[in-house]
Design a protein around this ligand. Sequence first.
Ligand SMILES: Nc1ncnc2c1ncn2[C@@H]1O[C@H](COP(=O)(O)OP(=O)(O)OP(=O)(O)O)[C@@H](O)[C@H]1O
Length: 682
Amino acid sequence: MSAAVPTDDPLVRERAHLSSSRAALRAMREEVEALDIKDVTANWVNSIVLERQIEDRIKALADLSHTPLFFGRLDYLPPTQHGQRFYIGRRHVHDAQGDPMVIDWRAPVSQPYYQASKKDPQDVGLRRRFGYTGGELTAYEDERLSDPGELERTSRLLQAEIERPRVGPMRDIVATIQPEQDEIVRSDLSGTLCVQGGPGTGKTAVGLHRVAYLLYAHRERLARTGTLVIGPNRSFLQYIEQVLPALGELEVKQATVDDLVAHVEVRGADAAATAVVKGDARMAEVLRRAVWSHVSLPTEPLMVVRGSRRWRVPAYELEEIVRELTERDIRYGAAREALPQRIAHAVLVRMEQAGEAPDDRVQNAVARNAAVKALVKECWPPVDPAKLVLRLLGDAEFLAEHSAGVLTDEERKLLLWEKPARSVRTARWSAADTVLIDEATDLVERTHSLGHVVLDEAQDLSPMQYRAVGRRCTTGSATVLGDLAQGTTPWATRSWEDALGHLGKPEARVEELTAGFRVPSEVIAYASRLLPHMAPGLAPVESVRENPGAFEVREAAGAAGDSAGAVVAACVDALAHEGSIGLIAADARIAPLAAALEAAGMPYLSPGEETTAESRLTLVPASLAKGLEYDHVVLDEPAAVVDGEPDERTGLRRLYVALTRAVSGLTIVHAAPLPEQLEPRA
Ligand SMILES: Nc1ncnc2c1ncn2[C@@H]1O[C@H](COP(=O)(O)OP(=O)(O)OP(=O)(O)O)[C@@H](O)[C@H]1O
């Protein structure tokens, strides 16, 4: 530090702490890099594992110039924490003596940074927030929480972070997590939590930070059992994929529900009415009956020949063994595997009664005896889940038998293929079929359960899909995130209680987030006009953004649907501002708009592709807009977005999603009349 710089300038002192923290981080990294594992590893498997751990550790200790090492400071009042000062950042950094220089945001001592207030200072004297410009520490802001003379005020730095124009993929919000969000992030691993929140209330952000928190608080357990984030589609997963690595978590898997149940290739699509039946929870009962219908009770006695002796087990005893296995709470396949041993045991009992002393080896040999095998094959044949579903959808009699009293004739008709498929390989499976196959697979063999599952945009899942997700966390917990008003599938969730029941977590807590961080107030007010028409009972989001945002509705001259020129002009205007631009349109209008953009020489991206300074415009089909956000949105022809859906309610919900993607501004361009539901209420 130069002598000319006044050392009582807090900014100078904080910068000094930043550079010594960076030096300490460098030292930590160098220490790991210098580790010589030759001496400590006994074999090559160990050394490969260790090498990977070291590589990961080095990666985790990287000093990323665009992510500041710390973003806040807490000065505790003595005697709490001995009146210590803590710098809060994305990861823990310590000096050569092992004393902390930066504390991980997830550590318990960091929590008051998010939770303390003037009303409840939580023994904090000072909370300081830091502002950075291009990696340089340039500002700070103090709150003396325990000073009665200081008034509560909103943080400028927090506000600036919320207002910041968006560019590329989603970023972490670790510096500005709000108290109600923090409570969700840090809630216990043991319980399942469901978060209902309107557009832009931070559900996705909170879900991802919760994963990072849980991995910190229960690292070993979750490393063993695994964590999974489920999102609606690839573009969404690409949009969020950098958040967890930025928080130092590299190991979390991300998938769509379709990925999870990809037992067969999807090459077909269902009519909505058919998909509704296939997604109905009653299908679970149909499948259960169909799988277990393969079991038949033995009617003949069993004769096992060993050497010169013959052992006979009467039919009634075999029947009892089979019946007992069907009544136990085990999977079809596990019971099938247990059956030969049970039968062998019955034979062994007879051997013992005859004075023999058979051991385990004899029992195993009897279990493998041809007569026993034949009996098992007859009474408990193997079931192939895909073949079973193939038969249900192709064989009217088989379906009728197992859906009697569960489905109506009409529903059965909807399920049956017009032309039954010949084989699993050639069938034109739909997405809903794969979920049925997944259910059948689980009836045969228990699905592996993970430690924690985050399910985002949950409102679009069918009951059968909830079940598919639920069986992947039977022994773990889940965080379910969604907005009932954004449900756009014909089977969209009506109540979280129902959904949580299908998920197998009826005891889950439902929390609500209402503060909107994305959409400017004027835009959210406009979009919320749709709520009474498509999700009555849900309260509008309250925007916490101070900037009212730019909002404009442009009526294009010319015939309805002939507004491409005006749309291109709106995109040109939007590109005059910084940040990302999303041109959202009904799926059917994507091709003509793409042509118009190309004719105008304007390059554009597809959703999920990363925006750069040169390429900031993304052409987004309305069906893929969910969960995404752009700094400025140009929305093409709202009426076409509504008309693109099979019914009006779904159409209005799709429009609501499209209207709520903008951070700084929304321009609506239309030639056709706007949907009447967008009129202000009298
Ligand atoms: N505490 C916060 N501080 C700063 N920004 C935040 C905060 N919470 C959320 N945001 C920002 O608000 C935007 C919306 O968040 P997010 O996408 O998580 O909302 P959502 O509820 O999942 O929305 P949707 O229902 O539309 O999918 C994101 O840019 C996110 O970074």
